[in-house]
Write a protein of this length. Structure first.
Length: 273
């Protein structure tokens, strides 16, 4: 039986007098890749803050690797939507920043930069990098402490579609190499299904669990697979209670296979482009 790494039981989370999350319970097992999807305002980013130890103001209990989350714990790595690299440090120094400025000389830094395809950019500065390269550095930095869990908050939303696909495959590769468990937030259902073993859907106002989709398709996965498209539709149904006509939909949040499937299924659905 897979060993449990994360146990989330958030009874309530409020901002001021407003409840934004209610009765959110799920687990993540070691070695899993799990995505959280849902509309804006459902509490996805708040959940990541709670799991990372950045937010302790909630009712309930969260356990990561056998204990309550601790801020800056080496059990947990973080990758954000923006790379958040320190501009006055080199690429190597950014990756090894957990050990201070001298961390750039750590052998692990060289290994990680080679793994993410940036071995020749160790002495470069962030301003010399493309967006995709900067996010590769952020992934390497997130893995530097060899965390059991890597949390990713929409890590590829700021790059172009081609770079996004390359970064997705890179993430799968490095996670497999390190045996790292991934918990990912994304608005992109296609991305969630392609990357994940499970996709957990949340609804908003307040954020609640809507259900989950298991992706029992071995890797390497074919992005054009009809099986993936069917699972994307299943995830969409969880987010819309089976009625996509009332879901505020932006076509950029869905992959081309899913857009085609949804338009075929629901003739009256109109996408914003």
């Amino acid at each position: 039986m897979p060993q449990q790494l994360v146990d989330v039981a958030v009874r309530e989370k409020s901002f001021a007098a407003k409840t934004v999350m209610l009765d959110v319970d799920f687990q993540v097992h070691r070695g899993e890749i799990v995505s959280l999807v849902g509309p804006s305002g459902c509490g996805k980013s708040t959940l990541l803050r709670i799991i990372s130890g950045l937010d302790r103001d909630f009712r309930g209990k969260v356990v990561v690797n056998g204990h309550a989350p601790v801020l800056h714990s080496r059990d947990v790595g973080l990758v954000f939507q923006e790379p958040r690299l320190l501009p006055w440090l080199t690429v190597a120094e950014n990756v090894g920043f957990d050990l201070g400025r001298k961390g750039g000389a750590h052998p692990k830094v060289k290994e990680l930069l080679s793994e993410v395809g940036l071995a020749d950019f160790a002495n470069a500065y962030p301003k010399q990098l493309s967006g995709g390269m900067a996010q590769r550095v952020a992934i390497a930095r997130g893995l530097f402490t060899q965390p059991a869990l890597l949390l990713l908050d929409e890590p590829f939303s700021a790059v172009d579609a081609f770079t996004r696909m390359r970064l997705q495959d890179l993430l799968l590769s490095v996670a497999a190499n390190h045996g790292t468990t991934l918990l990912l937030i994304t608005h992109d259902i296609t991305e969630a299904i392609y990357l994940s073993d499970r996709v957990i859907a949340l609804t908003s106002h307040p954020g609640r669990l809507s259900g989950e989709v298991r992706v029992d398709i071995p890797r390497q996965r074919d992005r054009r697979s009809p099986e993936l498209a069917l699972l994307e539709r299943e995830a969409l149904a969880l987010l819309t209670d089976g009625r996509p006509d009332y879901f505020a939909t932006d076509a950029r949040e869905f992959g081309p296979v899913l857009r085609q499937a949804v338009v075929h299924e629901f003739k009256n659905l109109q996408f914003a482009v």
